[in-house]
Write a protein that binds this ligand. Structure first.
Ligand SMILES: O=C(O)CCC(=O)C(=O)O
Ligand SMILES: [Fe+2]
Length: 325
């Protein structure tokens, strides 16, 4: 199967955005235009120069230490909330993950660290103690990027009045992932084709690479691994708010290497106390409502329990407005 093409996703450089830069407003406007276009055309883009290479390397080291822990220790990380605990499943045998909820709150990272390294001297935890500090700083940077991107989209579509409320009703998850290399007789699929159901995801993959994103023309782009950039991916929830104005891309992980792959994702997720629904301004005669309002927690139950995850169009099946109704 030919899965690689020469096309790449758009690259957007955020390093010029600096409060002390007198040209900040014009830089903001120009990046804003690029962000909306990328999310409409590809549903994703590469955000370059967001964190330093040193910080990224420190986080990558921490990730390796974490997954090197014995299985019994990793299993201590349990949670009722999807993907917050330790995940390993026969459906995706190469994959394992662990999550830290709202990781920019230092206490959450400290609690996670204490759970994974209960007895050790702090010196031996997470790459010699710096690991948890790096995760905290890193998560703050990712939250800033999340906020900038969303603010730009809201501004572009004159939806500023909803911005603060939406940000307040958002939870975050930092998901740490490892994919082992496939055995000779095993499939090389690390993660099956899917869309992200949450609002937006910020991904980083290490130098092994393997993330593939499908274009609107059904071509697969193999995203090149880059040491200090992120892939920002639009999720289904964001697209429901905007009544289909974004492209939500299918993506997957294909392992071609003999090496383990480490990646992480910073997921923004709507709190389930609020219904997910299109903003009124996004719906009119020319653009009729695409999705009926729904409770995100209930949708996830459908997604995980009733085979929704098997369906590439779970959201449409769950709450899509049928034509003619
Ligand atoms: O590991 C990756 O790069 C992708 C992970 C992903 O798509 C997901 O967790 O939803
Ligand atoms: Fe994903």
């Amino acid at each position: 199967m030919a899965s690689e093409t020469q096309i790449q996703i758009p690259v957007i450089d955020f390093s010029q955005l600096n409060m002390h830069n007198p040209d900040n407003q014009s830089i903001w406007e120009s990046i804003k235009t690029d962000v909306l276009k990328a999310l409409q055309d590809y549903g994703c883009f590469e955000a370059s120069s967001v964190v330093s290479i040193d910080l990224q390397e420190s986080v990558n080291d921490a990730l390796k230490q974490l997954f090197n822990l014995p299985l019994e220790t990793k299993l201590q990380n349990t949670s009722e909330t999807a993907f917050h605990g330790y995940v390993q499943s026969p459906k995706v045998p190469l994959y394992e993950s662990m999550g830290i909820g709202n990781p920019f709150i230092p206490e959450n990272v400290d609690n996670f660290t204490n759970l994974m390294w209960p007895h050790d001297n702090p010196k031996f935890r997470w790459s010699g103690f710096h690991g948890s500090e790096s995760i905290k700083i890193y998560s703050k940077k990712l939250r800033e990027l999340d906020e900038i991107v969303k603010r730009m989209v809201f501004e572009s579509l004159d939806l500023e009045k909803y911005f603060d409320e939406q940000m307040k009703s958002t939870n975050y998850l930092l998901k740490l992932m490892k994919y082992r290399a496939p055995e000779p007789n095993e499939s090389n699929i690390g993660l099956h084709t899917h869309t992200d159901t949450n609002i937006m995801t910020i991904l980083h993959q290490d130098e092994v690479g393997g993330l593939e994103i499908q274009t609107k023309n059904n071509e697969w782009i193999r995203v090149k691994a880059s040491p200090n950039s992120f892939v920002v991916v639009a999720g289904d929830t964001f697209n429901v708010w905007l009544n289909g104005r974004l492209h939500v891309p299918f993506h997957r992980v294909v392992m071609n290497e003999t090496m383990s792959r480490y990646s992480l994702g910073f997921f923004s997720v709507q709190k389930s106390s609020n219904l997910v629904k299109a903003f009124d301004e996004m719906v009119d005669k020319e653009r009729p409502l695409l999705y009926n309002p729904f409770d995100y927690g209930e949708f996830l139950k459908f997604f995980y329990k009733e085979g929704g995850i098997q369906s590439k169009f779970a959201l449409k099946t769950y709450c899509g407005v049928s034509e003619g109704s």
